[in-house]
Design a protein around this ligand. Structure first.
Ligand code: PMP
Length: 388
């Protein structure tokens, strides 16, 4: 698959602030080993595929009608899943679904951002956030993380006080670094927002804190998710997705767990019938097979640990590669590559696609199947030898 070049004739009245912008997205190249977009590399098993086909066949005769706008059955399934995965039971009106957590995030910006408002993140972070901000005319500001990519809480708390944002947006575990986020840090951010008056808003309006938990299932077993804090913090929103651990990226299903008040704000900005009946049916079928869908998560976590240990034994210009601590299904590695493009090209020439992303000197690789990881290792050894 290769995209056509984006050419926009000058006579089109594209918004001034969008002129010169490029469509976002990692390259979609036809390469044997794709380790660049943090997917689960294991396909749904045949029983799941059959269940999806059956559920979609069941609703096909109703496709002349609009779907359930409130996607109640699916919100119940999110509730069951979170109860099982994180041990927290939320009501249907504390949950909300959309086409990927990308759409969840956009809806958050539509509801809580806008002209005169600012969202605050912690750099390095997910590269789509500035795009949601741009598309909703929301200011986007960053506090910097520590050199080991953990949150610099003092800097973040100071920035919250200075900027008085309407949204504080933190990724947990972080992308592209993989850094886990302890619950105490989330609580400190929530505490810092408690007495903040959002700039330009009415008296008593406080920031919301959004924790993007796209990769949360890959965290160390036994560590808590931020969903545990929802009951006590009505201004906390936790975004999740079926795209990563749940191995369902192609279906485009993300969801938000938050207070009923926040969910009701999302309902104002959503497009009518934004989740198709086909999407809802497919997601319900997948949730019926949660065990199978999550079957490889433990293994992928182990592959991450093995790969991190192996990467640290490899050298670049005589020094061992650095590897950032990760609670995710990917690793940020390198640390001092002075020509990342040469590493990227060397791997690509050997059939392996990874991602040039994050701070200078680092690259990100997502965990694949065992065969794919063996291929990655061989390709990296050869590439490092060539660029020396
Ligand atoms: N948040 C983070 C941190 C991500 O890395 C991604 C995907 N790369 C998303 C959200 C969006 O994922 P999706 O729309 O597939 O749910």
């Amino acid at each position: 698959m290769s995209a056509t070049a984006n050419t926009i004739p000058a006579y089109l009245p594209l918004r001034n602030d969008l002129i010169g912008e490029e469509p976002y997205g990692a390259p979609q190249l036809d390469v044997p080993v794709c380790l660049n977009v943090n997917e689960n590399p294991y396909a749904p098993d045949p029983a799941v595929c059959e269940a999806i086909a059956r559920r979609v066949l069941e609703i096909a005769p109703t496709l002349n009608r609009y779907p359930d706008r409130e996607h109640i059955a699916l919100r119940r399934a999110f509730s069951d899943y979170i109860a099982r995965e994180s041990g927290v039971r939320l009501d249907v009106d504390q949950l909300w679904g959309a086409n990927g957590s990308n759409e969840i995030m956009l809806q958050l910006f539509q509801a809580f951002g806008g002209p005169g408002r600012t969202a605050l993140g912690a750099d390095p972070t997910y590269s789509m956030y500035p795009e949601y901000a741009r598309d909703t005319f929301t200011g986007w500001r960053l506090a910097h993380r520590n050199p080991d990519f953990t949150l610099d809480l003092d800097a973040l708390v100071a920035a919250i006080g200075d900027i008085r944002p309407s949204m504080v947006l933190i990724t947990s575990p972080n992308n592209p670094t993989g850094t886990p986020l302890p619950l105490e840090d989330v609580e400190r951010v929530l505490d810092a927002c408690r007495d903040i008056q959002v700039a330009g808003a009415a008296d008593g309006v406080r920031p919301i804190v959004v924790i993007d938990e796209a990769y949360v299932e890959f965290r160390t077993p036994g560590t808590p998710s931020a969903v545990e804090l929802i009951e006590r913090h009505p201004n906390l929103a936790v975004s999740r997705t079926m795209s990563k651990a749940f191995a369902f990226a192609g279906a485009r299903v993300g969801y938000l767990a938050a207070s009923k008040g926040i969910i009701d704000c999302m309902r104002i900005v959503r497009m009518p019938y934004h989740l198709s009946a086909v999407t809802q049916a497919a997601a319900l079928a997948a949730f019926e097979h949660t065990d199978e869908q999550l079957a490889r998560v433990d293994h992928l976590r182990q592959v991450r640990e093995d790969t991190a240990a192996w990467l640290k034994t490899q050298t670049y210009q005589g020094e061992p590669l650095q590897v950032a601590e990760s609670g995710s299904n990917f690793l940020l590695f390198g640390g001092r590559f002075d020509d990342r493009d040469a590493i990227f090209d060397g791997l690509l020439a050997r059939g392996v696609l990874i991602r040039t992303v994050g701070p200078a000197g680092w690259m990100r690789v997502c965990m694949g199947t065992d065969e794919e990881m063996a291929h990655f290792r061989d390709a990296l050894v050869e590439t490092l030898r060539d660029v020396e």
